[in-house]
Design a protein. Structure first.
Length: 137
């Protein structure tokens, strides 16, 4: 196992396991501890689901487990149960400093348009107007 991978400790797993669903239908579920460790790795690192290391299992399985449990409210119930043992029962926060900006957040219509408006407000001459004045002279 790589040192860069996240794995739930025995203590963490013992706190989480009793709150996981047991109503398994169809094909037997893959190792919950491994899949949940993979989900946490993706959320902590910000990588794409398809880039999740093979040690956690198939990326499709990891994503599907995350999405299905989110729809069923299992994650929310799990966080509520774990929060009971926290320092404060009134307020619980999850740090989101790992959240990445979308790949198109660095530019686009909004950014260039805002710069153009700022230039107009400062009294700057637009290039198209400037080149038209030169041609007319």
């Amino acid at each position: 196992m790589s040192r860069n991978l996240f794995w739930l400790s025995d203590e963490q797993w013992q706190r989480i396991e009793p709150h996981l669903p047991t109503d398994v239908r169809g094909v037997e579920r893959q190792d919950d501890r491994r899949i949940i460790s993979g989900i946490i790795h993706v959320l902590k690192s910000g990588c794409r689901w398809s880039d999740c290391p093979e040690a956690y299992g198939p990326p499709t399985t990891i994503y599907n487990r995350f999405a299905r449990w989110a729809r069923r409210g299992i994650w929310e119930n799990l966080f509520r149960e774990l929060a009971r043992y926290g320092r404060s029962t009134d307020t619980q926060m999850i740090d989101s400093t790992h959240v990445k900006a979308h790949r198109s957040a660095s530019g686009g219509k909004g950014g260039s348009r805002n710069r153009l408006l700022a230039a107009r407000e400062e009294g700057a001459t637009r290039r198209s107007t400037h080149s038209q004045m030169l041609r007319g002279a």
